[in-house]
Design a protein around this ligand. Structure first.
Ligand code: G6P
Length: 611
């Protein structure tokens, strides 16, 4: 949720930290702060974006080779200067940044208040650092030991880094439930919530595991568990290009990511599929595919856009594999008492691989004996590591808060998975198998073609930008696409939008239709085409404005709709990857025209590592 970055070494810490915070800003952006140590331990923090902190610090002397920084997404306490991180200990000798939530902070706070501690913010983090301070000052132990003792008492999730005025070359970090990566350079170390602030300086990283405490001191990194067991740091080499986390000439990350889709979808299939040889493989599924005949049911877990990818997969898996599929919001699943039987396969979908609800749902399913297959974008993420097997989407870093290329890559992996299982089970013919491989290989080119409607969509966006509501309709495979289109519009333009199965319109939403109401209908030529054309007529009969996504060359719908946006045709099961493209562009342009912050929409965060 929040972004953490810290540095200790020979270079100036401030430029590294502030740049790191800019890279991590997608994780939260309601306030930002840093602490630097140069004789004095100085904390600077500001409500608002990292740029506001940067402007605030522009004229200051920030000389220091050690520091910590934080960009916040508020959980406890409103976004203001006081609640921003870092938080000092009472004696101002320690400062801490924290990502996560301490659930028993109230009890700890009362304890500390009774011992004379005062608090200036509303945050759980201030309680957390003062709790550590209390143990440190009363136990005649090292700070590392005090942190360890404190972590044994706190309940909740944390990724933390602590700086200590009395130890000017030491940083202490720990994680449970909130990601933390350690960058290992030449006599220098970096800590961050993800690798993006680090890769400019080193590709060698250590992913901290839950319940681990990392301490850098005198240029040495050591790791112990909160049970005091020493661990050997496992250094991995990161393969991430710097250019993949920069805007590359686009005005926004979201637009860049939308336009990257022909490449990201191709990357997702690279090495997995070769239609001319009838070759299809998903490495992570290899050990399990032989048991495909034993799968009685598939349960798909996810949140937000990943849940929508799961809904698309439900249609595809049931059609090709003839296996019943249930798609669950991870946040609901985790608090039910779900029935999991032997023979159930659980698929967890997550771009970030860090979503707290999805992670908890996985743990619950695991505890009931399920095999979990993960579909994640972020390599080495918590969900990727918590699942038994999985496949990465290889879409590259997604920085825009509204998910675009991760969605199409998720559907791509899920489709490959469905085709593989179906072939193994014999529920599709060899001819259909071969045909689907050819169709999959053609998808990147078709997405490229769909992107060519960009200028036209920008023009249509002009006519929709002042709408207060919008209705998205789709049927069959395109129903989840309608949900995703509505979510995109809500997220970044703050226009209320609803996605509906087109036939359900008559059971409620039809009452909303008048000349003010834009209705975006996905009406590509598939088995529901005739029915959806009737739905368009129902909207037009009530003077609704129809923007239809149609198969190229479709004059029939063009005669009824106010605007049509053409997309190339494909096997109907594969259409969601193509038909979502104009909806992504439409919401992007509407949001830009409304002056919204497209990459960092209000109140949202890219990865939600709290409940
Ligand atoms: C947040 C993001 C969404 C994302 C959802 C699930 O709400 O803003 O774009 O779909 O989390 O995230 P995940 O990383 O698990 O796919």
């Amino acid at each position: 949720m929040c972004g953490i970055v810290a540095y200790v070494g020979k270079r100036q810490a401030y430029p590294i930290i502030i740049k790191g915070l800019e890279r991590l800003e997608y994780r939260g952006y309601d306030s930002a702060g840093i602490a630097l140590l140069n004789g004095e331990l100085s904390v600077y923090k500001k409500k608002g974006k990292v740029s506001e902190l940067k402007a605030h610090l522009a004229e200051m002397n920030l000389d220091s080779t050690i520091g910590i920084g934080h960009t916040r997404w508020a959980t406890h306490g409103e976004p203001n200067d006081l609640n921003a991180h870092p938080h000092y200990s009472s004696n101002q000798k320690l400062a801490m940044i924290h990502n996560g939530i301490i659930e028993n902070y109230d009890v700890l706070k009362q304890e500390l208040v009774s011992r004379g501690y005062a608090f200036e913010s509303d945050t759980d983090t201030e309680v957390f650092i003062k709790f550590i301070e209390d143990i440190f000052t009363n136990n005649n132990c090292t700070l590392e030991e005090a942190v360890r003792l404190a972590l044994n008492k706190v309940v909740g999730a944390y990724g933390i880094v602590i700086i200590n005025k009395d130890e000017p070359d030491q940083l202490i970090a720990a994680r449970k439930g909130s990601p933390l990566v350690v960058g290992v350079g030449d006599g220098e170390f970096f800590f961050a919530s993800d690798a993006t602030p680090i890769i400019e300086y080193t590709n060698d990283v250590v992913y901290l595991n839950d319940y681990e405490i990392a301490s850098v001191r005198n240029g040495e990194l050591s790791i112990r568990t909160i049970d005091d067991i020493p661990m050997t740091p496992y250094i991995q080499r990161l393969e991430l290009e710097l250019e993949s986390i920069e805007k590359g000439g686009y005005e926004h990350f979201m637009l860049k990511e939308i336009f990257e889709q022909p490449r990201s979808i191709a990357d997702c299939m690279r090495g997995r599929l070769a239609s001319e040889r009838g070759h299809l493989v998903l490495g992570g599924l290899r050990d399990y595919i032989g048991k495909a005949n034993n799968i009685d049911r598939i349960i798909i877990l996810g949140c937000g856009t990943s849940w929508h990818a799961g809904l698309v997969a439900e249609y595809i898996l049931e059609e090709f594999c003839r296996i019943p599929v249930e798609v669950e919001y991870a946040s609901e699943f985790r608090y039910r008492n779900p029935i999991i039987r032997e023979g159930d396969l659980v698929i967890a979908i997550s771009q970030s691989g860090e979503t707290a609800d999805t992670l908890a749902a996985i743990e619950l399913a695991k505890s009931k004996g399920a095999i979990i297959f993960g579909i994640c974008n972020v390599v080495g993420s918590s969900i990727a590591r918590a699942t038994h097997a999985g496949a990465y989407t290889h879409a590259g870093p997604e920085i825009g808060v509204a998910s675009t290329k991760a969605f199409t890559a998720q559907i791509t992996v899920l489709t490959l998975m469905a085709i593989l299982i179906a072939r193994q089970k014999g529920t599709i013919t060899e001819a259909l198998f071969r045909h689907l491989l050819v169709e999959m290989e053609a998808i990147p080119g078709k997405v490229e073609q769909a992107l060519q409607a960009n200028a036209q969509i920008q023009y249509i966006a002009e006519t929709l930008k002042d709408s207060r509501n919008a209705l998205y309709l789709g049927r069959g495979y395109n129903f989840p696409v309608a949900l995703e289109g509505a979510l995109k519009l809500k997220e970044i333009s703050y226009i209320h939008a609803e996605g509906y199965p087109a036939a359900e319109m008559k059971h409620g939403p039809i009452a909303l239709i008048d000349e003010e109401m834009p209705v975006i209908v996905i009406a590509t030529k598939d088995s529901s085409y005739e029915k959806i054309v009737s739905n368009i007529q129902e909207v037009k009969a009530r003077k609704g404005r129809v923007i239809a996504i149609v198969t190229e060359g479709d004059d029939h719908v063009a005669k009824m709709a106010d605007y049509t946006i053409e997309v190339p045709s494909a096997h109907e099961a594969l259409m969601p990857i193509i038909s979502v493209i104009p909806l992504q562009l439409l919401s992007y342009h509407i949001a830009v025209l409304r002056g919204c912050n497209v990459d960092q929409p209000r109140n949202l965060a890219k990865s939600v590592t709290v409940e």
